[in-house]
Design a protein around this ligand. Structure first.
Ligand SMILES: Cc1cc2nc3c(=O)[nH]c(=O)nc-3n(C[C@H](O)[C@H](O)[C@H](O)COP(=O)(O)OP(=O)(O)OC[C@H]3O[C@@H](n4cnc5c(N)ncnc54)[C@H](O)[C@@H]3O)c2cc1C
Length: 535
């Protein structure tokens, strides 16, 4: 039965038993994969439901079915840069109009956020990053770091009337956030901030949505109050372009970063401000505020800690990136495994028949570990995604979440590099495993590789992020931490038994015992402690 949703979307009634739903689990067409599918020792539908859950699968398919039917969601091979940008922008607006997963859905079923994110990233990274920036990172930073003074902007975002960007990086400084040089000087007489870029090296750059489309940006700048007193890096809501014409305001020089290795639907941009005035109310004041005379107050005295608190959105971003890498790697592994089962090279002597290349041990050795990593990433991303949503929900109710917040920050700082590097290496192996045909643009592997590549760099460059996770572990040891108290998510609570674990010896005698997940976990815990103690 077909019904029209409030958004004019054709919606077919859900089939009660998911296993009978042919739109979700269609009959396979016959072909070279048939033989392998028949040989499977497990039911793939059941596996899918166990791994993802019915509600995740249903939401994903609802989004995909809409995309399949929508004329603006059809692929356009050979599009130039302008057209790619135009379509990513259009598609993200269309997605917003559909409200597949809006504020009400988030409040009612917060854990489906991950499913929605993975559904849209499966289609196209550029559209989804644009959508995530404007409906996720921008408003959530505004709400979590700002105050009620900025409520009118939150309402405009909810109506899709303004589009946001997040501007931290400068030409000369990325990882070293405290080194940023954009200035925000408070003018007592007019109760305004003057945002100024001292030179080109202090221009904000790489900022997604800034090149052509955003109307506002959250800009991080060094705050100076009367007597040129420096109060550290603070975030400000800065109007960039007119909401109707999209022309930049006087005092704002904004431009496009140009064509990139991947993610070309996103208009990454740069901006310089020339003595540009914004109202006092536009300071995001949760971590520090000023009164009309410019007297600064903050509950957090340490400047580094203050910056850490105001960069909280990046921590959430890392959790989301981990979920995206699962999408990229699972697509690549699916393409390469199916190809390996269809592609035939060489065969028995004196026979014209040839073997599918998946029969070669070396091909299995190259692909199957990445398939296993995909499953591990699935489990890990579901877990951290759920913990992160729980944390946000507890934050809404006023519960103290600082300890869990610190743990998620540390774990996501380790998980994001591990996941994005695993996807980077896995996608490349899949490309090579498909031989020359994998190098064709239409294989999709090049786009996956290039789009995932940026995940290794933004929201914390991988090599420096991993140091943050290590620093956390080292500081726990140095401070003789109570490992249970500092680890409400139980990621490091095993360290309380470190002496016993370190003395223990492996008791496994058979391959089955070695592969027992509990024994593997014990071995991993032992190894972690061994590395940790050696420092
Ligand atoms: C596609 C894309 C989109 C982006 N979108 C945005 C956005 O929307 N908003 C935004 O503000 N930024 C954005 N960025 C910028 C991104 O966040 C930065 O590129 C990133 O933080 C790294 O900073 P950097 O480029 O200055 O590298 P650098 O900090 O200069 O690092 C260069 C190298 O030095 C190493 N290094 C640096 N410090 C140390 C250290 N202490 N110890 C050891 N090694 C070190 C790094 O590991 C790296 O290999 C985006 C970037 C890309 C590629």
């Amino acid at each position: 039965m077909v019904a029209l949703s409030t958004n004019g979307r054709r919606e077919e009634k859900a089939v009660a038993n998911i296993y009978d739903d042919k739109r979700i689990f269609p009959d396979f067409r016959s072909g070279p994969l048939e033989e392998y599918r028949e040989r499977a020792s497990f039911c793939y539908k059941r596996m899918n439901v166990v791994l993802e859950g019915e509600d995740h699968i249903r939401l994903k398919h609802k989004v995909w079915q809409w995309m399949e039917q929508h004329p603006d969601y059809q692929r356009e091979p050979g599009s130039d840069l302008e057209r790619t940008r135009e379509m990513a922008n259009k598609r993200q607006h269309l997605l917003w109009e559909q409200q597949f997963y809006g504020v009400n859905e988030y409040l009612g079923t917060p854990h489906l956020l991950l499913a929605f994110g993975q559904a849209i990233f499966s289609y196209d990274f550029s559209t989804s990053v644009k959508f995530g920036l404007s409906t996720g990172m921008f408003p959530s930073t505004l709400v979590s770091n700002g105050s009620g003074r900025l409520g009118k902007y939150v309402a405009k975002i909810a109506d899709n009337r303004i589009l946001g960007a997040y501007a931290l990086t400068e030409i000369s400084h990325g990882t070293n956030a405290l080194g940023m040089r954009t200035r925000a000087t408070y003018d007592v007489k007019r109760e305004e901030f003057i945002i100024h870029t001292p030179d080109f090296e202090a221009a904000k750059c790489w900022v997604g949505n800034l090149g052509k489309t955003c109307t506002h940006a959250i800009v991080y700048a060094q705050l100076y109050v009367p007597d040129d007193k420096h109060q550290g890096l603070q975030a400000f809501l800065v109007p960039i372009r007119d909401e109707r014409t999209l022309l930049p305001f006087p005092g704002v020089t904004v431009g496009d970063m140009g064509e990139k290795i991947g993610l070309n639907g996103i208009d990454n941009g740069f901006v310089m401000f020339n003595q540009y005035r914004i109202p006092k109310a536009n300071l995001l004041s949760k971590t520090g505020d000023i009164d009309a005379q410019g007297n600064y107050t903050s509950k957090i005295k340490d400047e580094r800690k203050r910056l850490g608190a105001s960069l909280g959105a990046l921590s959430v971003g890392r959790v989301n990136i981990t979920a995206i890498t699962y999408v990229a790697l699972s697509k690549a592994v699916t393409i390469a495994t199916r190809y390996a089962a269809s592609r035939r090279q060489f065969g028995p002597t004196n026979s014209p028949a040839e073997w599918p290349v998946i029969e070669y041990q070396s091909q299995q050795y190259r692909l199957i570990p990445h398939l296993a990593t995909t499953i591990a990433l699935r489990v890990a991303t579901l877990w951290i995604g759920k913990e992160n949503v729980d944390l946000t929900m507890k934050g809404f109710t006023g519960e103290d979440t600082s300890q869990a917040g610190m743990e998620i920050h540390a774990i996501s700082s380790a998980l994001k590099p591990v996941a994005t590097w695993a996807a980077r290496d896995g996608i490349q192996e899949c490309r090579e495993a498909c031989g020359g045909h994998g190098y064709l643009k239409s294989s999709g592997l090049g786009e996956l590789r290039n789009d995932n590549d940026a995940n290794c760099t933004y929201e914390g460059e991988n090599n420096t992020l991993i140091q943050q996770a290590s620093n956390w572990l080292i500081s726990l040891r140095r401070n003789n931490a109570d490992f249970v108290a500092v680890s409400p998510l139980e990621t490091v609570s095993f360290l309380k038994d470190m002496d016993t674990i370190l003395q223990s010896k492996g008791q496994e005698h058979t391959p089955a015992q070695v592969l027992d997940p509990l024994n593997l976990l014990n071995a991993l815990n032992w190894l972690t402690i061994w590395h940790w103690i050696r420092r």
